[in-house]
Every structure is written in C-alpha cells, then in structure tokens.
Design a protein around this ligand. Structure first.
Ligand code: BES
Ligand code: ZN
Ligand code: ZN
Length: 499
C-alpha cells in the first residue's frame, strides 16, 4: 500500500494525474496547470488532442524535474459525475502509469469533485481506487515481469480541504486492503487455497484485533451438530471440510450480531455431475463468498467498527470420486430438513443450508447476509458487472442498494416468490437441490436458501439477504481500472453497510 500525503512545494513526482471534465478549460485546475506548465493544457485542447471525454487519457512530458509527466484524464460530463465514475477514471490512470513503472505520483483532485462528494469521501474513494488498481496477482511470474507498485501519492487540490482528504485516505486504504485480501484469496490456485488454508487465513485475522475470536469446526464437530449437507458435499474430496466461525465483539456484549455467511467451495468440479471442461476453469473462484466475508472482516477490524459481527464460512471442495455424494442421495441439514440431490453441481446451496441453520439455532442474529457464487443463471440475467440481491426485508434492500451506490458498486434486486419455492419441491424429501424448471435459476436457488432461514413454524428466523456474486466476482480480461482475476466485488458495499 502507498503512503498518502498533502502536496508540498518540495514534492517531486513521476507523474501528476490531472482529471478534467469535458470542455473544462476555465476551471481553477486548468488555470493552475496552464500557469505552471506554459499553457500546455490550452495547447492540447487547441489541437483537439484532449477534450475531457470520459476515459480519454493524454500523457505529456513536461521537461520539468519536479513533475516529469502530466497525465490528463477525462471525467466526462460534470453532471454525470458519480463515485463509480471517479474511481474508474482514477483506476485507469493508475494502470496507465504502472506500465511506465512509476512509483511516486500526485493527483490533482478537482474542486468540483470535492464539492460533489465532500472532502472525506473524495479522499477515501481516491485512495481506495488507487489501491484497487495497484493490486496484481503476479507472484508466480518472473520478477522482471511483475508490476511496479505505487509507493507515494501526493494529494493536491486548489481547495483548502486537503487535510481532510489525506486523513480519509487512510480509511480508503483499509477498505482497499480488505478488497485486495479477498482478491488474493480468490486468485490463489485451488490446490493451495484449500479449506485448511482458508481456515488459517481466518485465524490470522486475529492479529488485527483483540475483539475477534475465531473457531474452526472439524468434521467430527459437524457430525455432532448434524451438518449433513456440508458433510455430504465434502465427502468426495481428499481434503477435510472446515466450518469457520468468526466472532467480532466491537459493540456491547448484549447487542445482537449481524451475521455474514460465505460460500467457501475451494474448487467446484461439479462432483459426479461433472462440469464440462470449459465450465470448470475459473472454479477456483467458487470460494469468493468466503473471501467476501474475510475481506470485510479484515477491513472492519482495522477500522475498529463498533458493532458485533459474526462470520460463518462452510468450506470444502466439490470433487468426483468413489466416496462422492451422488445424485438421488438424500442429505439432512442441521435443522433436520431433508434434501433430495438432483445434481451434485448445485452444491453451494447445500453447504449454505447448514450455515443458515446454524445462524438460526446457535446465534440470535439481528440480520443475516450470505454471499455466494451460486448460479450461472445470475450471470445470464445480469451480465458481468452487477451482483444479484435477494431479500425478505425491504429496509435491508434499500440500505444495501444505497451503500453500493455510495461506494461505486452495483447491486440489482432479483425476486424471491412462491413460484420459485414451489419449483423446489421433492417427492421424496422436504426439498430438492435443483428446480423442476430450467427457468429463473438464480431465484430458485435463492428460494432453496430461504427455506433454511425459517424457524420450525415456517416463519422467518431473521431478516435475511442473499447476494449472488456469480456475475461480477471475477474478470477474465480485467477492466481499464482493475487487473484480471477476482474483483472483490461487494466488499466495499458491506463495509459501508455495517458502518
Ligand atoms: N459455482 C457454480 C455457479 C457458478 C457458475 C458461478 C458460473 C459462477 C460462474 C454453482 O455451484 C453451480 O454449479 N451451479 C449450477 C446449478 C445448477 C446445477 C442447478 C449452475 O448454475 O449451473
Ligand atoms: Zn456447482
Ligand atoms: Zn459452486
């Protein structure tokens, strides 16, 4: 992570990033650059090389030792400014700069951005965007092919609220650290990022706070609790399953906790209902629900959140073998409900069933939010840039959508409903793990989960939201503002939601 400080007269940088709005040659920033660098901006605009269009970049060599290069970046139309756009444009600037192996940069944050977001939000989101763009998963590459990371960032502004921006940048760094931690866990190859290593990573989070207690349940503990679904999915793998419990007491000891549940399938081959080869690549990412929980915890521990939060991570591998669970098996979850197996590739919902039952039986949650790379159907519905949100609680939905927007992430609500619940009926068990129809797969999966959020009378045991991460959890090619691999999507929203 870089260090952030206020620009001073003595500061020397490899490049100064200058974000500008469209047709913006009269702003205070434009004047500052023109005065200092021989009307360079006016000249560029005059020859139509740069007009501030969204995403456009123009790199200029100054011949000046203090600021060696200027990188003009277009923010587009001023009335279309959003946190998302600001972070994308800045992230793209960082990726451009890192191709030239620069380490010391400065960002001239426009007054109009500070006016729109406030100085703290501007500082926080600027640092978050820079750190997220700076992250690369390249430890297996030869050293000379690895990314050069940004070390110093001088924040600069014509506005005098620079100190507030610099102070808030620390918060942005912690947030990005949580996001990048989730990405790192996800990017690590599946033979290495096993359930045991995931459990160890959770244990190591205790270094950030005395208020965190981490417990790992082993196979025998799961047997005693009756976690038949998690045990069933795990039985085809050589690797033992783990059930990770993180308890953070940042608030009063009597306060009910928010419970975060994350799907931790460290590799999803599909099991005996084996995936075709081209659908099996990227299935190392099937633990990104778990990584979302761990990344969120890492950030809230460092930020010293004053609330109680519990994390539950059922984790195992889904593998084919002679000991695998089979289609036609019936598994019994911790709450005593039985599940007919129609397809062993619908395994995520099974391990979550035990975790959701655990929350109802062992904890008194204020609310429960689960995160899972659950269905290919969600990708079909939403594309690759927004995650699916399901909930039985309107207040949770509106807060979640608001927080996503505030941090520049995108959630889209999808429906729960009677017709989806109906489609999960089984002739031989209480419920089936695949639906009777091939339509609405993201919603039928959510309906399966909902079944395990109910108490024995069939009433909601707690307010609940489910986030299907399948759509935006990784990018094969990367984006202009973040490198390829796991995206850490939704971690920032959750940090804001819990705050
Ligand atoms: N992990 C997958 C879902 C997934 C697929 C996430 C593609 C991201 C990208 C999940 O375990 C799965 O295989 N779901 C099946 C369910 C089906 C068998 C009902 C699916 O979506 O095809
Ligand atoms: Zn699967
Ligand atoms: Zn899966």
């Amino acid at each position: 992570m870089a260090s952030y400080f206020a620009w001073e007269e003595k500061t020397h940088v490899d490049a100064l990033i200058v974000p500008l709005f469209e047709q913006d040659n009269t702003s205070a920033e434009a004047a500052l650059i023109n005065d200092r660098f021989h009307n360079v901006l006016s000249s560029i605009i005059e020859i139509n090389d740069f007009e501030g269009e969204k995403g456009k970049q123009s790199l200029v060599y100054t011949g000046d030792d203090q600021v060696k290069r200027l990188l003009f970046v277009g923010l587009g139309k001023k009335d279309q400014l959003s946190v998302r756009r600001w972070k994308q444009i800045l992230g793209a600037a960082v990726l451009r700069i890192s191709k030239k192996k620069m380490t010391d940069i400065s960002v001239l944050v426009p007054e109009a951005v500070i006016d729109a977001f406030g100085a703290s939000v501007a500082g926080r989101e600027t640092a978050a965007a820079i750190e997220i763009a700076d992250y690369a998963y390249d430890e297996y590459k030869q050293e000379d092919a690895r990314v050069t990371h940004i070390e110093k960032v001088a924040l600069r502004s014509v506005n005098n609220e620079i100190d507030a921006m610099v102070a808030a940048a620390v918060e942005g760094k912690y947030i990005a650290d949580g996001v990048n931690f989730a990405r790192e866990l996800g990017n690590t190859p599946p033979s290495i990022m096993t359930p045991a290593l995931l459990a160890q990573q959770a244990k190591e989070l205790a270094q950030f706070s005395n208020a965190l207690n981490v417990t790992i349940l082993e196979r025998e503990d799961m047997r005693q609790l009756g976690m038949g679904c998690l045990l069933g999915v795990a039985q085809g793998s050589e690797l033992p399953p783990k059930f990770i419990i993180l308890e953070y007491v940042g608030g009063e000891s009597t306060e009910q906790p928010t419970v975060l549940v994350g799907k931790g399938i460290t590799f999803d081959s599909g099991g005996l209902s084996l995936k075709p080869a081209n659908f099996m690549t990227t299935m190392k990412f099937d633990m990104l629900g778990a990584a979302t929980v761990l990344g969120t915890f890492r950030a809230i521990l460092q930020l010293g959140l004053k609330k109680n939060v519990v994390g539950l991570i059922p984790t195992c591998e889904n593998m084919p073998s002679g000991s695998s669970y089979r289609p036609d098996d019936i598994l019994v979850a911790m709450n005593g409900k039985s599940v007919e197996i129609g397809n062993t590739d619908a395994e995520g919902r099974l391990i979550l069933a035990d975790a959701l039952s655990y929350a109802a039986e062992k904890l008194k949650p204020k609310e429960v939010i689960d995160f899972a790379t659950l269905t290919g159907a969600c990708v079909v519905a939403l594309g690759t840039k927004r995650s699916g949100l399901f909930s039985n609680d309107e207040a949770m939905v509106s807060r979640m959508l608001e927080k996503a927007d505030e941090r520049g992430e995108q959630l889209w609500r999808l429906p729960l409903g009677e017709e989806y619940t109906e489609a999960m009926k089984s002739p031989v068990a209480d419920i089936k793990n695949i639906s009777n129809t091939r339509y609405g797969g993201a919603s039928t999966a959510a309906a399966f989960l909902e079944f395990f959020t109910k108490d024995s009378d069939g009433k909601a045991a707690y307010p609940w939201a489910h986030i299907d991460l399948s759509s935006a959890h990784h990018g094969e090619k990367g984006t202009p503002y973040a490198r390829a691999g796991a995206t850490g999507d939704v971690v920032q929203t959750m940090i804001a939601y819990l705050n």
